[in-house]
Design a protein. Structure first.
Ligand SMILES: [Zn+2]
Length: 197
């Protein structure tokens, strides 16, 4: 029988996405083998992101300053907004170094099956930004799957009356896949080949 404190750690680790029982056990035993200082650093890092990181009030990106480093970067073009589902998708697009605009994080994607409707994601915040600022282009970079496509279509419908150019990434990205699995070259091509929607 697994000692209860160890079972507790394994159980907590299985809550992480993509971590099954076997991986959780492997990680727990690994942590156990390492010096106490290392385990403490890991535990502190987890507590610190929870206490210091919050959402940027402009774009919903995860940040420790308000507004976030991207929104407040004067070298970036605030007239081009790239729309992504989750804050971690920003990393994928940033790795191309080709995108010099700003972001809007929706905090999800439309999914009738999961009961996620337009009120549950932050399209309203995007529309507010487009109405309040001179926006040249909105690039919709939701995932190339059913939910991402439905979300892109909905956003395009909402933006058309506002007369702002709306584009979608060219997918080259594996259909049905997630943005996060796109490598740097694929993402750069997707961005370059974007088309009007
Ligand atoms: Zn921001």
């Amino acid at each position: 029988m697994t000692a209860p404190p160890l079972a507790y750690l394994i159980n907590e680790l299985t809550r992480l996405p993509g971590v099954g029982g076997k991986s959780a056990a492997r990680l727990a035993y690994y942590i156990l083998k390492r010096p106490a200082a290392e385990a403490e650093a890991l535990a502190n890092a987890i507590l610190e992101v929870k206490s210091k990181i919050f959402r940027c009030s402009v774009c919903n990106n995860m940040t420790d300053v308000e507004p976030c480093a991207i929104c407040s970067d004067a070298r970036r073009d605030p007239a081009v907004i790239c729309v992504v589902e989750e804050a971690f998708n920003i990393q994928t697009i940033e790795q191309t170094r080709d995108f010099k605009g700003v972001y809007h994080v929706l905090l999800g994607a439309l999914s009738p099956l999961k009961g996620v409707g337009p009120q549950d994601i932050d399209v309203a915040g995007l529309l507010r930004r487009v109405r309040a600022n001179e926006i040249r282009e909105v690039i919709v970079a939701t995932n190339p799957n059913v939910e991402g496509e439905a979300t892109a279509l909905y956003i395009a419908q909402q933006l058309h009356p506002l007369g702002v150019r709306t584009t979608r990434l060219a997918f080259g990205l594996p259909v049905g896949g997630d943005l996060e699995y796109a490598d740097q070259v694929t993402m750069a091509k997707a961005l370059e080949g974007r088309r009007e929607i």
